[in-house]
Design a protein around this ligand. Structure first.
Ligand code: SAH
Length: 235
């Protein structure tokens, strides 16, 4: 059942499904459901729902940008989405999973180690790590889903992106206003909207989007600001 949903879904999206991936996705969804009983990682309960709304949705970012061999950071990964799903679908990508909640990162570390998936897991706040020279402007691509409105999310994510790299923000279908209102933030942070990639999650009537933002210039040193300032005076 899960194997069929994944095979059909990846085919519908036009993304190759690596040979070992279905078994890894099965193990991941099992671990996620078990961890979910201890702490909240996902609201989606059924296997089919999780396969479509988490795995297929996450894999769709691979249509918005070519991540082969790229360094990729997932900001606010939660239970590992989209980052872990991307790492399984595109094993050549070097994926780092970032979340402020330590127990979520511990879960991802334990799972990825036991499954033999080579991801790096970091527990930190993005607005602090974004000033760390080891992480600042070090990634070819930054991805993020369901963390903050785009104008705030851009301040959290763009400092990590290399000049010439991309920031891929996964958004709902009705995000026109949110995207338009982020224009000043993108400019201020050295970036601009390149494209909005729209897709339907296979087997559902859910349309989703990836806002593809390209980084053109270094982000000014004072960004990201502290969380309270970002919220109070969004760019
Ligand atoms: N991306 C996942 C989780 C979304 S929930 C998904 O789509 O399912 C938002 C997550 O972002 C939470 O796990 C929260 O801990 C994390 N988060 C929120 N603000 C953050 C910040 N400033 N730095 C790092 N992580 C943050």
């Amino acid at each position: 059942m899960l194997e069929e949903i994944l095979a059909g879904g990846f085919q519908a999206l036009g993304i190759p499904l690596p040979e070992g991936a279905p078994a890894l996705y099965r193990a991941y969804l099992t671990a996620l459901a078990a961890a979910n009983r201890d702490f909240n990682l996902t609201a989606i309960e059924t296997e089919e729902g999780a396969a479509r709304l988490h795995i297929l949705d996450s894999a769709a970012v691979l249509k918005a940008a070519d991540l082969r061999g790229k360094t990729v950071l997932d900001v606010g990964t939660g239970g590992g989405l989209p980052g872990l799903a991307v790492a399984i679908a595109e094993p050549s990508a070097k994926v780092t999973l970032l979340d402020a909640t330590e127990k979520k990162i511990r879960f991802l570390e334990d799972f990825s180690k036991s499954a033999g998936i080579g991801v790096q897991c970091v527990a930190a706040r993005a607005e602090e790590l974004g000033h760390d020279p080891e992480y600042r402007e070090r990634f070819d691509a930054v991805v993020s889903r369901a963390v903050a409105r785009l104008r705030v999310l851009a301040e959290l994510c763009l400092p990590f992106v290399k000049v010439g790299g991309v920031f891929l923000a996964m958004k709902a279908e009705d995000s026109d206003e949110e995207i338009a209102e982020a224009e000043n933030a993108l400019n201020t942070l050295g970036a601009r909207l390149r494209d909005v990639y729209e897709y339907v999650i296979p087997g559902t009537d859910v349309t989703r989007r990836v806002a593809v933002v390209e980084k053109l210039a270094p982000t000014p040193e004072k960004y990201p600001r502290r969380w309270a300032a970002m919220q109070k005076k969004p760019l």
